[in-house]
Write a protein that binds this ligand. Sequence first.
Ligand SMILES: [Zn+2]
Length: 70
Amino acid sequence: MCGAMHTDTSRLHVDHIAPHDGDACLFWETSNLWTVCASCHDGECQRIEAAHEGYPEAIRAAKMAARRQA
Ligand SMILES: [Zn+2]
């Protein structure tokens, strides 16, 4: 997973690293945001969120681990 950077920002998705679940603090916390490409957002991010549903810190840790491997 990539933390993708593109000059064409329409190709990027902003992902909440830990799901905000309606929490305004998490929603707007910039340290909880990163950009990924569409394939990571729709693939790896969703797979991790489904695997750790309800455990935002586990999701954050899994995404950070996936990012290091990219
Ligand atoms: Zn990607």
